[in-house]
Design a protein around this ligand. Structure first.
Ligand SMILES: *[C@@H]1O[C@H](CO)[C@@H](O)[C@H](O)[C@H]1NC(C)=O
Ligand SMILES: *[C@@H]1O[C@H](CO)[C@@H](O)[C@H](O)[C@H]1NC(C)=O
Length: 450
């Protein structure tokens, strides 16, 4: 079996053509292949800092660039309904190699993943995993350590990584699942899907749990982007064509890549449900002391020792994002005490302006907030920019009613406190009346200790 496979990849490697392929490319297929379906073939493309721009096809005859004493990341794609190569390959390779001096192996099983029939692609996952086992076995025989093998699996690829990890009894260093596939895997027992026993550290990003992704937690830590369902900036209707189907699902990959650019940290908060997170019930990071709350992506393994010791070793974390890269939102609590006679329900839109005149608006559509007289409502607000010096705050209140009388929200105290940077001074404003649907702008003052 092993020999046969290696014989096969050496064929793909270009020996067939009588010469080495100049720079091997990911298999590109078209819709006709998707219609007929494709038989499984696996091709391995190695990138290192020595051959960053030109992959080397790995064959059994040895490699010029593979250095098994270094960390090796195997990246496994998912279902490819149209046969086109994934858009993220070059960027991923470049970002990972700039982060660390490692081997990157792109596992190209496009033949096998390209078919209109998802279940056919899905039925190939175990075979891809068995093949990858022979590849890793060979690397181990050459001196690699399982500790330094890291698999990143996208969609169906996440379960492939899980199957490989299971064959090594969880001894692989790490598996990251990027929106692991849901259909045909949802509700399956541990051995039929990715799970925390598949590697020493398993981290997962969920971005499409209501369609192509897996709903439940599968790793030591599961990051749910915007609750894991609809991603901001993705089309909401089917009239946007293909993008409608894959945008949410693919977002997990782009979030992971954003973590390698290091322009900002996507911090996530432990919580039982997204609803609780949105209602501001889960802004505490105490559990991780002296670390901050976990940051999604490549560096999430900094939290490994805490996360893997938990019993059971399952942590669900939630975070909201902006529409485009770098995706970070900076979180604030807006604490409001009102003195209306009756309970008021409504939405609050919050705008911050810094001393240079830059503005950031809370883009998060809050659930309707309930303001009870003389009790504090704490709203969670996310801004796509982080201002150190907030000069002005604008508030607008809306009940959502288009007709009927305009309501007022009488605010006794408004307090803005940064969750992202809790050491920053809290900003307040006292005695304020908001007229419905009218923006009120004011200069905040340092909070008095009451
Ligand atoms: C392989 O990598 C190790 C660790 O980075 C390094 O010390 C060694 O020189 C490398 N070997 C070759 C042949 O480049
Ligand atoms: C992101 O978090 C890390 C700690 O995990 C910290 O060292 C780094 O400075 C942070 N980066 C930014 C841009 O805040």
């Amino acid at each position: 079996m092993l020999k046969l496979y290696f014989f096969f990849i050496s064929l793909v490697g270009g020996v067939r053509a009588g010469a080495e392929e100049a720079c091997p490319a990911f298999t590109g297929l078209g819709i006709s292949s998707a219609l007929i379906g494709t038989d499984l073939r696996v091709k391995l493309m190695l990138y290192t800092r020595q051959n960053q721009d030109c992959a080397e096809t790995l064959t059994s005859t040895g490699s010029k660039y593979l250095n098994v004493t270094k960390k090796t990341i195997l990246i496994v794609h998912g279902y490819r309904p149209t046969g086109s190569p994934p858009v993220w390959i070059q960027e991923t390779v470049q970002l990972l190699l700039s982060a660390e001096d490692i081997n990157i192996i792109i596992v190209d099983w496009n033949r096998g993943a390209t078919t209109l029939l998802y279940h056919r692609a899905s039925s190939n996952t175990k075979k891809v995993a068995e093949f990858l086992k022979t590849v890793i076995d060979q690397m181990v025989a050459d001196g690699a350590s399982l500790d330094s093998v890291y698999m990143i699996g996208i969609s169906l690829g996440a379960h492939i990584a899980g199957f490989v990890g299971q064959m090594y009894d969880g001894k692989l260093g790490r598996i990251t699942g990027l929106d692991p596939a849901g259909p045909l895997f949802n509700g399956k027992p541990l051995e039929e899907r990715l799970d925390p026993t598949d590697a020493q550290f398993v981290d997962v990003i969920h971005s499409d749990i209501d369609a192509l992704g897996y709903r439940e937690a599968l790793g030591h830590i599961d990051f749910y982007a915007n609750g894991g369902t609809d991603q901001p900036g993705c089309p909401q209707t089917i009239f946007s064509g293909n993008e409608y189907f894959k945008c949410d699902h693919q977002r997990s990959v782009f979030l992971y890549l954003a973590s390698l650019r290091k322009s900002c940290n996507i911090t996530a908060y432990p919580c039982d449900t997204y609803r609780d997170y949105r209602n501001g019930k889960c802004a505490s990071c105490e559990a991780f002391q002296p670390m901050p709350c976990p940051v999604l992506g490549y560096y999430a393994d900094k939290w490994k020792s805490y996360l893997t010791l938990k019993n059971p070793p399952v942590t669900k974390v939630f975070f909201d994002t902006s529409e485009e890269k770098p995706f970070c939102l900076y979180h604030y609590f807006v604490d409001i005490i009102t003195w209306n006679k009756d309970i008021r329900r409504g939405f609050l839109i919050i705008k911050l302006t810094d001393q240079a005149g830059n503005t950031a608006q809370s883009t998060v559509n809050h659930e309707v907030a309930t303001f009870q007289p003389y009790s504090q409502a704490s709203l969670l607000a996310g801004f796509d920019q982080d201002f150190e010096n907030i000069a002005r705050i604008s508030l607008a209140f809306s009940t959502g009613n288009v007709v009927g009388p305009k309501h007022k929200l009488r605010i006794l105290q408004m307090k803005l406190r940064s969750i992202t940077n809790p050491e920053r001074p809290q900003l307040c404003r006292y005695d304020l009346v908001l007229l419905e649907n009218t923006e009120t702008t004011f200069k905040p003052v340092p909070c008095q200790n009451i």
